[in-house]
Design a protein. Structure first.
Length: 203
C-alpha cells in the first residue's frame, strides 16, 4: 500500500486510537487512512525496563502490564487509557511525569523507533539514540512507526492531593518549591488559580 501511495502521490493518514485533538490526523484532501490499532502487541519488557512495543499499543495497557512487573510509564498524556504509544510519540511532547523525567526527547526515554518509508521501494529504517529525534513529534510525516523501544521507570504508589491557597502567588511559589525539590518524587505539579493539585510518592 505504501509503495502504491508513494508511486501515485496519494497522501496517507496514519491512525491509532484517534485521540489527537490538534487536527494532526486530518488530511487536506483525500488519501488513504492507515489504521494501526491492531498493531497493539507488547513484545517484551526487558530486565532493565525497556518496553518493546508495536505502535497501536494503548498506553493504559502498557502501564497495567508494566506495573505488574514493577515498572511504570515515565510520562503519559491525559488520554492515558485510550491513547496509543505510536500516536503519543508522533504527536506528543510530554505529560504527567515530565516534571521528573523531562519530555519524550529527554533522558533516552525513547531508545529506538522503527519506521517504514513511503517510497517506490519502501524501506524499514531503525532510528536509535539521537536519531529518534528525526521521528519524535513529526506526526508521522516522515514514516510509519512500526516498532518502539520505550524506557520505563520503577513503579511507585502515588497519591493525588489538592491544596488551596489565598492567592495565585502563594499557589505558584508552593508548586514551584515542590517541582524543583529533587528529594521529592512527584508525577505532576499544576497551578490552577488558587487550587493546586499535585501527585506525590507516599512510600
Amino acid at each position: 500500500m505504501l509503495r502504491y501511495a508513494g508511486r501515485n502521490e496519494v497522501p496517507v493518514t496514519v491512525r491509532g486510537a484517534g485521540t489527537g485533538n490538534y487536527g494532526q490526523c486530518v488530511p487536506l484532501e483525500g488519501g488513504i487512512v492507515l489504521d494501526l490499532s491492531l498493531m497493539d502487541k507488547l513484545e517484551e519488557i526487558t530486565p532493565d525496563g525497556v518496553a518493546v512495543c508495536q505502535p497501536g499499543l494503548r498506553l493504559g495497557a502498557l502501564e497495567t502490564e508494566a506495573r505488574r512487573l514493577g515498572w511504570e510509564l515515565r510520562m503519559y498524556p491525559s488520554t492515558l487509557v485510550k491513547a496509543s504509544l505510536g500516536g503519543f510519540l508522533a504527536g506528543g511532547s510530554g505529560g504527567i511525569g515530565s516534571v521528573t523525567h523531562g519530555g519524550l526527547g529527554d533522558f533516552d526515554t525513547v531508545r529506538a523507533i522503527e519506521v517504514m518509508t513511503m517510497e517506490e521501494q519502501p524501506r524499514v529504517v531503525l532510528h536509535e539514540g539521537a536519531a529518534v529525534h528525526e521521528i519524535l513529534h513529526a506526526w508521522g510525516t516522515n514514516g510509519v512507526i512500526t516498532r518502539i523501544w520505550f524506557a520505563l521507570t520503577p513503579a511507585l504508589e502515588w497519591t493525588q492531593l489538592t491544596a488551596a491557597f489565598d492567592s495565585y502567588e502563594q499557589a505558584f511559589r508552593f508548586t514551584q518549591s515542590i517541582a524543583v525539590d529533587v528529594t521529592l518524587a512527584k508525577a505532576a505539579c499544576n497551578r490552577i488559580r488558587v487550587a493546586h493539585p499535585f501527585i506525590l510518592h507516599t512510600g
